[in-house]
Design a protein around this ligand. Structure first.
Ligand SMILES: Cc1cc2nc3c(=O)[nH]c(=O)nc-3n(C[C@H](O)[C@H](O)[C@H](O)COP(=O)(O)O)c2cc1C
Ligand code: SF4
Length: 447
């Protein structure tokens, strides 16, 4: 993965999609080439319009509903609906901003928090005002300590300016794949491990301190901060009526200028990749949504719009905006085997599919990619993949199952080759997907 800040420079203005005119969240970065401090942020956007009454709080919720903003953390759930549910809950609410970004192929939240921290802090404070919360927690991974430190400075900068009507607390959590799932955040903030909890109750019912809890991705909150200022019509003026606004994407793999970009929703995947200069060599497949996502055959995928409705027809979704371009020279099975090994190691090992099913699927994939698999392997593997989904307390096994099933489908030709002739030459090449050799967390690493 190339550093997002460097590559943003090279992507500046390309095709009018990610440049000063098209960008919103990254507008300041394009204008100055640096991170925005509070003065610059206020010069650019003005102060956030905090609701001062129940009526104006309701108007803010309605503006987010009318804007059609959907969550940018993975599931693309309507943000306005979540705000309204938490606002109507019993007891004083809590807001949690999810800046954990556990997805190894994503850099968009880290980039946003680096370049426009005050947009995220505005969004958390505005969301708190909208749902009547008395505190906002901003969660970032412990491995990004420098960023947590900078965010605490940014919070400090706002003290005494009236910009944070509720305290904003910055927390550093363990950085494991499932530690960023929303119930993991709740469990950690309540004093436990950063591991998923069984639901119900969902956090919007009983979350932090058993209070109604709004959990939103940091990018979602940054969009909310702009909707509060400029209104729903402005938000909808780019993108498509059914997929409004812009979105941050992390583009990597065989692309000329990989990095983090801001693109209007609804552009085709081919257009999105053009923002990063297009492919450097012939492509075989795209991975959309990262390790929680789906493999797509490249010919089918290029013309599909980046929007939940269109991607659903291919069994995919926008996820957290991760797109990896896999070249023909890579072995899809070896890439998939490394990722599944990582996902198996990273599970919280609390439920059956993660303790037994996922390691077995990962071992079968490794055998398929690098071993001398017997003829029974494929049938056994397909059966195991089919048993993963819908059986865990959280959706980790569902994501792994989708990743594995789409790999078997998209790389079917390679499967036949490996079963018949053993590993191809490409199986031993350098990985395209980010390094995934992270050791499994031990029992003490979750707190
Ligand atoms: C295994 C797993 C990992 C997740 N990781 C993240 C993450 O890194 N960041 C994030 O915002 N949401 C992540 N989510 C989704 C969150 O649980 C939650 O839905 C999201 O933070 C809600 O914000 P949004 O509505 O703004 O998207 C993850 C979900 C799962 C199942
Ligand atoms: S499904 Fe897996 S990751 Fe999710 S709670 Fe159960 S053991 Fe943990």
């Amino acid at each position: 993965m190339t550093d997002g800040r460097t590559t943003l420079l090279s992507g500046n203005g390309r095709d009018g999609m990610a440049g000063p005119h098209g960008s919103r969240l990254l507008h300041g970065w394009y204008a100055t080439g640096g991170a925005a401090d509070l003065d610059e942020h206020l010069d650019r956007y003005g102060p956030p319009p905090f609701p001062r009454s129940a009526d104006t709080a309701d108007r803010l919720v309605r503006a987010v509903e009318d804007a059609g903003l959907t969550g940018r953390g993975g599931a693309a759930f309507p943000t306005g609906r979540k705000l309204r549910t938490v606002a109507g809950g019993r007891g004083t609410a809590v807001v949690v901003a999810n800046g954990m970004e556990s997805e190894p192929a994503s850099r968009k939240d880290e980039t946003l928090l680096d370049l426009a921290p005050h947009l995220v802090l505005d969004g958390a404070a505005l969301a708190a005002a909208a749902v009547g919360a008395d505190v906002a927690h901003l969660c970032v991974p412990r491995s990004r300590h420098r960023q947590a430190h900078a965010l605490r400075d940014a919070v400090e900068e706002r003290h005494g300016t009236g910009l944070d009507p509720v305290p904003v607390l910055v927390h550093e959590l363990p950085h494991h794949y499932v530690s960023s799932e929303e119930t993991s955040l709740v469990r950690w903030l309540n004093g436990g491990d950063a591991r998923p909890l069984a639901t119900p109750p969902r956090p919007f019912e009983k979350g932090v301190a058993r209070r109604p809890t709004l959990i939103d991705n940091v990018e979602t909150l940054a969009h909310l901060a702009l909707i509060a200022r400029y209104g729903p019509d402005w938000f909808r003026s780019t993108g498509r009526p059914d997929a409004a606004g812009t979105t941050l994407v992390t583009l990597s793999g065989a692309l000329r200028t990989p990095g983090v970009y801001e693109v209007p929703m609804g552009r085709t995947l081919g257009e999105v990749m053009d923002v990063a200069g297009g492919a450097t060599e012939p492509l075989r497949a795209l991975l959309l949504g990262g390790f929680f996502g789906s493999w797509l055959p490249v010919r089918q995928a290029l013309r599909v719009p980046f929007a939940k409705q269109d991607l659903a027809s291919l069994g995919a979704g926008p996820g957290a905006g991760v797109l990896v371009a896999l070249p023909h020279s890579a072995c899809g099975l070896a890439e998939a085997a490394r990722v599944l090994g990582y996902l198996a190691a990273q599970s919280a090992r609390q439920c059956g599919p993660c303790r037994l099913g996922l390691p077995a699927v990962a071992a079968d994939f490794a055998d398929l990619a690098w071993g001398r698999p017997g003829t029974q392997l494929l049938r056994r593997l397909e059966g195991r993949v089919g048993l993963l989904a819908g059986r865990g307390a959280c959706r980790h096994p569902d994501g792994a199952s989708r990743f594995a099933a789409t790999a078997l489908h998209v790389f079917a030709e390679d499967v036949r080759h490996h079963l018949g002739l053993g590993p191809c030459a490409a199986a031993g090449r350098e990985p395209v997907l980010p390094a995934t050799q992270t050791p499994a967390p031990d029992e003490r690493d979750w707190r």
